[in-house]
Every structure is written in structure tokens, then in C-alpha cells.
Design a protein around this ligand. Structure first.
Ligand code: HEC
Ligand code: HEC
Ligand code: HEC
Length: 430
């Protein structure tokens, strides 16, 4: 759909939300909940350890810590079609952080997306997932955050166009799209499955990226985990569908992808997924990763857009004697030979670094090459790899037309599909 049309419809939807919001103004539960930990809640060092684990699993740092900034001091920009918002400082600084928030205010923010002064928060803060957390767990996160060094630093002011800067609109949105109850374990399933469900749906909020969104930015729960979009990166279908999702992956391959970001035969994870792995998933115990895998296995298969299926496996790429390379991709082939083959090889099996084994990866079958374009422009955020081994950023080296030709070549070479990237799309991705 043309994007202006999309936004016109979105604006109409907002008008509806505005109305619902106005009605709800008086009814939404903005009062402070009574909060109290249950008898099962640990205390002292054990509570802090639990809080640290939960904060890692929930990946609060991904959004509240910038690349060069202090831990949890906020300031990360979220560019939306109608402006920019910034993540706040959540250190215990009393002025700029959440140092003088009460526990009840903190629980309300996580469960209802409401700020200290009763203002409605935007769902870029994934409270639609965190609302499923137990009060005990939210209080443990709170306890851990109070041990973080206070940083006296304000966040930049949000810059949103009217009417999107009207926070009460979010009230109508929440009425329609918020879960109303915390996570309820399914007694027909075992403990591992329930732990996996809690991680996927609540803590690690996989659906915030992997579930497609509707025109009002709501997650389409009927198509849960069947593929979403984050900052232009495609977060692939991770349902149990055999063609579009993880149905053909072994348990071990899924586990390896989640804990290391690569697995033989299915390529690598870059961009926002790489970050989720580096900051969060790689630090979880193996039992949590196994629980996530057990749960994902039971997510009903959802078919995706035909363009989003993996068309050539790693073995097919390796056995293809020649690749269909048309004259229009000649430029792409030259660039690949000069700048990419040294690390990835012509067959994409990777040299020097096992993470450079990209053949068979989902990204290489996508004719729109969204993730290929982005990884070429931005490089990889792999924190640990030694310089020279990790994927450098090429944004400053190649023009839009060159990146488009390269991305189209990569898709055609590895999947046999025709890439459709244009120079304009590359410019947009920059
Ligand atoms: C995907 C990004 C993202 C993640 C993950 C995230 N946040 Fe946020 N958070 C935001 C954004 C953006 C805002 C600002 C929303 C607004 O201004 O309406 C915010 C707001 C908040 C606020 C309100 C602060 C204020 O000053 O009003 C609190 C508290 C908070 N987050 C805590 C957390 C905690 C705790 C975690 C982890 C459990 C977390 N956040 C994870 C993006 C995120
Ligand atoms: C911040 C957004 C984000 C979050 C949160 C996130 N993912 Fe991802 N995920 C992505 C993106 C984007 C990709 C595609 C990466 C690429 O192609 O390089 C991806 C890729 C994957 C892949 C590889 C799929 C394939 O076909 O190659 C798996 C498996 C996966 N994610 C599972 C998960 C699970 C399970 C969770 C929660 C525990 C999760 N992700 C949380 C954004 C996210
Ligand atoms: C110095 C080695 C190196 C060079 C040079 C390099 N890459 Fe990479 N590339 C990597 C590594 C390592 C990864 C895996 C990223 C990670 O682990 O975070 C990767 C990942 C990728 C991915 C996977 C994207 C995904 O999400 O599935 C693609 C596509 C890719 N590179 C294409 C290229 C192209 C095209 C070039 C040439 C412009 C190139 N690379 C140059 C090392 C390199």
C-alpha cells in the first residue's frame, strides 16, 4: 500500500481513538494500584539477583542505554513516521530518572503504560508485553534498577506532530489493545512450556518485533509471530510453519540461533536481533533457551507473504554450479567480489568467522532485500568479534545505486530470485 494512503487511514483511525480516548478520559484506571509482593518473593541479595536476571531477559537496556551513553540513562531516539520520541532515563536519579517514583507508580507504568504524573505513555515502550508480567517480577526489576548508578541527565524532548503529541489518544488505543490480565500458566502444559510462554510473550517480548502490526500499530494477535517489521528490518516468521517459519529447523538449530546469533544452514541474525542476542538472550541460562524453543514449537503455523519464504537452502546454494547472473547485476557482482567475498566466499559459507556463514539465511531469499541493505549500510553490531572479523558498515563507501545493485546481486546469487531494490529505497534505509 502506498505510504501516504496508509498514513491517511492511520490518521482517521487516530480520530476514532481520540473519541474513544475522550470517553475513556474519565474511566481509565489511572489510579495507583495497591502493590505488594507475594510471600514467595525473595529478599536481599536473592531479590537483586532475580531482578538483574529479569532486567536482562526483558532487555530494558536495548532501549534505555545508548551505544555511547551510561547504563539506563535513556536518550535513545525512536523515529516514527510522525516524529521522534526518546527513551527516558530510568536510573535512580531523583530529578531526571525514576529515583522518586513509588513502587506503585513503577508497577502502573509497566502494567498500564502510565507515567508518574498520570500521563499516557507511547507503546514504543513495550508495555503491551510487560503487562503480562507478575507484580513480584516487576518489583524485582524495580529493586535491581535502584542499585544502578544514578545519572543526572535529562532526555531530549519528544518531537511529535499534532495530533500524535496528544498523549490521551493512547488511552483509547490501550482500551482496544492492552492485555487486561497478567500471564496465566496453562495447567495442561508442563513447567518448561509455561516458562517458555512467559519468556516469549511477556519478558523477552518477541512479538513486539515478530508479530505483524495493523494500521493502528496494534499487534495482529491472530497472526502472532508470523513476521513483523522493526525500523525497516524484517523480523521473520518464527511460527512452526514449515515453509515460512521454523518448522524445518531442529531444536538445536533454533537454540543455537537464539543464544549465539548463527546456526549452520540458516545463516545469521543481524540488526535488532543481533542486539537482543548480545544484550539479553546470550546471557540467559540454557534452560530458558530450551523453554523458548519448546514454546515456539507449539505456536500455530501461519503462512506468510510468498516473498518471505526461504527458497534455497544452504546445500542447494552449495551445489548450484552456476548462478543466474544477468547483466544488470554485473555491478553488484563486481562489488561482491571486491568487498564481500573475502569474508563470505562466493558460496556464502564464511571464512575466518563462523558467523559469516550466510547461505541458507532468510535474509538472502527476500526479493526486497530489506535486511541485506541494512546490514550492508550499518554493518553488524556483533560486540565481541575482533576488528577485521566482524561485518563493517559500508554506508560511507557505496552510493545508493551501488548498494541497490549489490543487494539485488546477493539475493539473485544466493536464492535465484530477482531482487527489486531501488536506489530510492536505499536512500530511505540510510
Ligand atoms: C523497545 C524499547 C523499550 C524497551 C525494551 C523498554 N523500554 Fe522503557 N520506555 C521506552 C520508551 C520509548 C519510553 C518512553 C515512552 C513515552 O515517552 O511515552 C519508555 C518509558 C519507560 C518508563 C517511563 C519513564 C518516565 O519517565 O515516564 C519506564 C519506568 C520504563 N520505560 C521502564 C522500562 C523497564 C523497566 C524496561 C525493561 C523491563 C523497559 N522500560 C524496556 C522504550 C523501551
Ligand atoms: C528488537 C526486535 C526483536 C526482538 C525483541 C526479537 N527479535 Fe528475533 N529477529 C528480529 C529481526 C529483525 C530478525 C532478522 C535478523 C536478520 O535477518 O538478520 C530476527 C530473527 C530471528 C530468528 C531467525 C529467523 C530466521 O528465519 O532466520 C529467530 C529464530 C528469532 N528472531 C527468534 C526470536 C525470539 C524467540 C525472540 C524472543 C525471545 C526474538 N526473536 C526477539 C527482531 C527481534
Ligand atoms: C570482515 C568480514 C566481512 C566483510 C568484509 C563483509 N561481511 Fe557480511 N558479515 C560478516 C559477519 C561476521 C556477519 C555476521 C554478522 C554477525 O555475526 O553479527 C555478516 C553478515 C552478513 C549478512 C547477513 C545478514 C542477515 O541478517 O542475514 C549479509 C547479507 C552480509 N553480511 C553481506 C555482506 C556483503 C554484501 C558484504 C560486502 C559489501 C559483506 N557482507 C562484507 C562479515 C563480513
Amino acid at each position: 500500500m502506498k505510504s501516504w494512503r496508509k498514513y491517511t487511514i492511520a490518521a482517521c483511525c487516530l480520530a476514532v481513538l481520540g473519541f474513544v480516548g475522550a470517553v475513556m478520559f474519565f474511566y481509565w484506571p489511572h489510579g495507583l494500584p495497591q502493590v505488594e509482593a507475594s510471600k514467595a518473593q525473595p529478599v536481599g541479595a536473592e531479590l537483586l539477583a532475580r531482578g538483574e536476571y529479569l532486567t536482562t531477559a526483558a532487555d530494558c537496556a536495548a532501549c534505555h542505554t545508548t551505544k555511547t551513553g551510561k547504563a539506563f540513562a535513556g536518550g535513545l531516539a525512536f523515529k516514527l513516521p510522525f516524529g521522534t520520541i526518546y527513551s527516558p532515563n530510568i536510573t535512580s536519579d531523583p530529578q531526571f530518572g525514576i529515583g522518586n517514583w513509588s513502587d506503585a507508580e513503577f508497577v502502573r507504568a509497566m502494567k498500564s503504560g502510565v507515567g508518574k504524573h498520570g500521563e499516557d505513555l507511547y507503546p514504543a515502550f513495550p508495555y503491551t508485553s510487560y503487562a503480562l508480567l507478575s507484580t513480584d517480577d516487576i518489583l524485582a526489576i524495580r529493586a535491581y534498577l535502584t542499585t544502578i548508578k544514578p545519572i543526572s541527565q535529562p532526555s531530549p524532548e519528544n518531537q511529535l506532530a499534532f495530533p500524535f503529541n496528544q498523549r490521551p489518544l493512547m488511552r483509547g488505543w490501550k482500551l482496544l489493545f492492552m492485555p487486561w490480565h497478567p500471564f496465566e500458566p496453562d495447567t495442561a502444559r508442563d513447567e518448561q512450556w509455561n516458562q517458555g510462554a512467559y519468556l516469549v510473550e511477556a519478558l523477552a517480548h518477541c512479538g513486539e518485533c515478530h508479530t505483524p502490526r495493523g494500521l493502528m500499530f496494534q499487534r495482529k494477535q491472530s497472526e502472532a509471530l508470523s513476521g513483523g517489521d522493526v525500523d525497516g528490518w524484517k523480523a521473520w516468521n518464527i511460527t512452526s510453519d514449515k515453509k515460512y517459519g521454523l518448522g524445518m529447523w531442529s531444536d538445536q538449530q533454533v537454540a543455537e540461533m537464539l543464544s549465539t546469533g548463527h546456526t549452520k544452514g540458516h545463516g545469521v541474525a543481524s540488526g535488532p536481533m543481533r542486539e537482543a542476542i548480545d544484550l539479553s538472550l546470550s546471557k540467559l541460562p540454557a534452560s530458558d533457551i530450551d523453554a523458548i524453543v519448546a514454546y515456539l514449537r507449539t505456536v500455530p503455523p501461519v503462512t506468510g507473504d510468498p516473498n518471505s519464504a526461504v527458497v534455497r537452502t544452504r546445500d542447494e546454494v552449495l551445489s548450484a554450479s552456476s548462478s543466474p547472473i544477468g547483466p544488470d547485476t554485473q555491478l553488484g557482482k563486481e562489488i561482491y567480489g571486491g568487498a564481500c567475498a573475502s569474508c563470505h566466499g562466493w558460496n556464502g559459507v564464511g571464512q575466518f568467522n563462523p558467523r559469516a556463514a550466510i547461505s541458507g539465511g532468510h535474509a538472502l531469499s527476500d526479493p526486497e532485500a530489506s535486511n541485506v541493505v541494512r546490514v550492508v549500510l550499518q554493518g553488524s553490531s556483533d560486540h565481541e568479534a575482533a576488528p577485521g572479523k566482524t561485518m563493517p558498515a559500508f554506508a560511507k563507501i557505496y552510493s545508493d545505486a551501488e548498494v541497490a545493485a549489490l543487494a539485488n546481486y546477493v539475493v539473485e546469487h544466493f536464492s535465484g530470485r530477482k531482487g527489486t531494490v531501488t536506489a530510492e529505497e536505499v536512500l530511505e534505509a540510510r
